[in-house]
Design a protein. Structure first.
Lengths: 138, 537
């Protein structure tokens, strides 16, 4: 009953979940898609091998609230460095940017500086991701 | 057991969906199908092992996955592993190489040498394998989308160094159907991708008959969420799809089946794993004999690498992964594998360092030198439990294969994304069971440390300079090579691909002319197109 009420009164949170670069590990991304959908969010999953340009374009076209990346092959810093100015150029800086995957602790500050406020390394729980998104979407 | 005690027992079901009893007797073996499939090692149906004496004659090959940076860096790591007693190599390629991009391709930026070594041309292979005796150390290439190109490159490199390609051993992973399910290094659409696998099998059957051009991987399907019975059943469906392609070309099953091999995963319940391998050996032999009419024993052998899988390792308490790895190695030995590898304890964090790779190697060596695992063939054979479970796992796999056939076959199900969706849903359910504590994982949902210490993992460094070195090397080759030869070879490749001829001869010619991985891939993309991933939940 509670869930129905909140759906009726609030807009569903819309998430773009992207696989950046050439990384083919999509098990984690796909289970997070299911977890976000089960939490009542609308999720657009991009599939593999998205360029920064493609991600920025989809985020704009689909008018999403959250831009989420899943990266496990180590190229998160160079990729996010390219993505940040493109998202900003499309006026998407007020959206919530989050990233999950194989993200060593020593890279977390750099990711935050690149605008990725929600960082979910391997081992993160579904509940933590869902709660973070629900709390931080404006 | 009295009725009251029975009532108090909570039912247990293994991951493959088979109920596990508190006790097994001879009656359970009989009820599950008896001993018909057991036989003797080295004899049909090979449940107890494909060779009569197994490890008594020769221990398993130890083949850790390795490769990073430039070919020169990788060559050093190879030599380190060999100096520490490793008996085979398993080459990791970076993602641009795996999906057929040159190092100077804009899409490759930031990915050069990161998860494996970077390869643009034959020169890179010459450097990577320099000083390694290819007759003593067998090399496995973990390459799929670009496999035909890299196999051509390996054969050309060996020939150039004076090896007789007819005698050359080695393996390529080259299992594209599983890349569509998990791992994701596909390039071309499904149909031409299968054709390329067929081209490599057909070519090697004639020109490199001791080379294993395909290693069909249940491993990554398991990592994507399949249970152990599905892992093996789906792998068999995939192997059959490749075999069917080659048979359509007119080859007899005994001309190529002896060089098919497999790559399977180990994590989870010990007995379920051992039964999986024993069951799989019997079932594959039966399939090859009864469905394909194979006559040579070698065509019926389930030759495999059984590797301790990353899916079982944890980010939490990483040092405990060393112990998990030791159990996985034990399972692998009890399962009668030909080759063994272990994910290293730090793989949830980083590319294994020399130190962690050496621990994995020592883990496998302990079983050979101290634990007696090589002395007796199939030591769990005859156990009421293991024989019952082996029968049940084999029946389970047959059910799954029949279901795939009834739904239109593995090629159709993979093309539509149906298998991907099914295993992904299972992965989600498993993750939820881990989070709820229903599926126990030490250090994750039980026995957590009060205060998790800082992880003791040392990170493998990534060297940005490697990219510049790699691109400079590629440019040097482009400047020095005979461009007319390259152009001619690429034109022939394009013509052969377009006409439906086997592309391997023209790939070998192009590789020898120092055409790059990206150039050859582009010619094939021009003919075949690129795969479009079905998104389905």
């Amino acid at each position: 009953m509670m869930a129905q009420k909140s759906v009726a009164t609030e807009r569903r949170i819309k998430v773009l979940l992207a696989k950046p670069g050439l990384d083919g590990h999509d098990q984690g991304a796909k289970v997070v898609v299911r977890a976000l959908m089960d939490a009542g969010m609308e999720v657009i999953y991009t599939g593999l091998r998205q360029t920064p340009e493609a991600i920025a374009r989809m985020a704009l076209d689909e008018d999403v609230d959250v831009i989420a990346l899943s990266s496990l092959a180590g190229s998160h810093i160079p990729f996010c460095t390219k993505l940040k100015p493109l998202l900003e150029a499309n006026h998407l800086q007020d959206k919530l940017w989050v990233i999950g995957g194989n993200l060593p602790v020593q890279d977390h500050d750099a990711l935050r500086q690149l605008g990725f406020k929600g960082i979910f390394p391997t081992g993160s729980k579904f509940g933590a991701i869902v709660d973070y998104i629900q709390e931080h979407v404006k | 057991m009295n009725e009251r005690a029975k009532e108090e027992l909570k039912p247990i079901t293994n991951e493959s969906g088979i109920e596990v009893k508190p006790l097994y007797t001879a009656a359970d073996v009989e009820k599950s199908g008896g001993y018909n499939f057991v036989g003797q090692p080295g004899e049909y149906p090979f449940t107890r092992g494909i060779h009569r004496l197994m490890y008594r004659k020769q221990p398993w090959t130890m083949r850790q996955y390795a490769g990073f940076g430039n070919p020169a860096d990788t060559n050093q790591r190879f030599k380190y592993l060999i100096a520490n007693g490793q008996t085979g190599l398993n080459v990791a390629f970076d993602l641009p190489t795996q999906i057929g991009l040159d190092s100077d391709d804009p899409l490759a930026e930031g990915e050069i040498g990161r998860v494996g070594m970077s390869v643009d041309t034959l020169r890179d292979f010459e450097i990577a394998f320099d000083g390694i005796d290819l007759n003593k150390i067998t090399v496995s290439l973990t390459i799929n989308g670009a496999a035909a190109i890299l196999i051509a490159m390996y054969l050309a490199m060996a020939e150039k160094r004076g090896y007789d390609v007819k005698q050359l051993r080695g393996t390529a992973q080259n299992d594209i159907l599983k890349e569509f399910i998990g791992r994701g290094t596909w390039i071309f659409p499904v149909e031409p991708s299968i054709r390329l696998v067929g081209d490599t099998i057909e070519y090697c059957a004639e020109h490199a008959p001791k080379y294993s051009p395909v290693s069909v991987c249940g491993y990554h399907i398991r990592e994507s969420g399949a249970n152990p019975a599905q892992e093996m059943a789906y792998a068999f469906c995939i192997a059959k799809a490749y075999a069917d392609d080659v048979i359509k070309r007119g080859l007899a099953v005994d001309e190529f089946a002896g060089r098919l091999s497999y790559n399977f995963n180990i994590f989870g319940n010990l007995f379920e794993q051992v039964a999986k391998f024993r069951a799989g050996r019997g079932l594959w032999a039966k399939i090859m004999k009864e469905q394909y009419g194979a006559e040579k024993p070698g065509s019926m052998w389930l030759r495999m690498i059984a590797a301790g899988g990353g899916g079982g390792l944890t980010f939490e308490q990483p040092e405990v992964n060393i112990v998990r790895g030791a159990y996985y190695a034990l399972i692998s030995a009890l399962s009668g594998t030909q080759t063994m590898a272990l994910c290293s304890y730090d793989e949830a964090y980083t590319i294994p360092t020399e130190y962690s790779a050496r621990i994995s190697l020592r883990t496998m060596q302990l079983l050979i030198e101290e634990m007696g695992l090589t002395e007796t063939v199939d030591p769990l054979g005859g156990s009421f439990y293991v024989e019952t479970l082996t029968n049940q796992m084999r029946q389970k796999m047959e059910e799954i294969m029949a279901e795939v056939d009834a739904q239109g076959g593995i090629v159709k199900l993979v093309s539509e994304g149906a298998i991907q969706s099914k295993v992904s849903a299972q992965a989600y359910n498993m993750q939820r069971d881990i989070e709820s504590g229903k599926f126990r994982k030490v250090g994750v949902n039980c026995y957590r440390n009060e205060q998790e210490e800082e992880h003791p993992v040392e990170f493998h460094p990534y060297n940005e300079k490697d990219t510049q070195v790699q691109i400079a090397g590629l440019n040097k080759i482009r400047a020095e090579r005979d461009q007319a030869k390259v152009t001619q070879a690429l034109a022939r490749l394009s013509a052969d691909a377009s006409a439906g001829r086997n592309v391997m001869p023209s790939l070998v010619e192009a590789v020898k002319a120092y055409a790059s991985v990206g150039e050859m891939t582009q010619e094939l993309v021009n003919i075949f197109g690129r795969y479009q991933e079905p998104i389905r939940f």
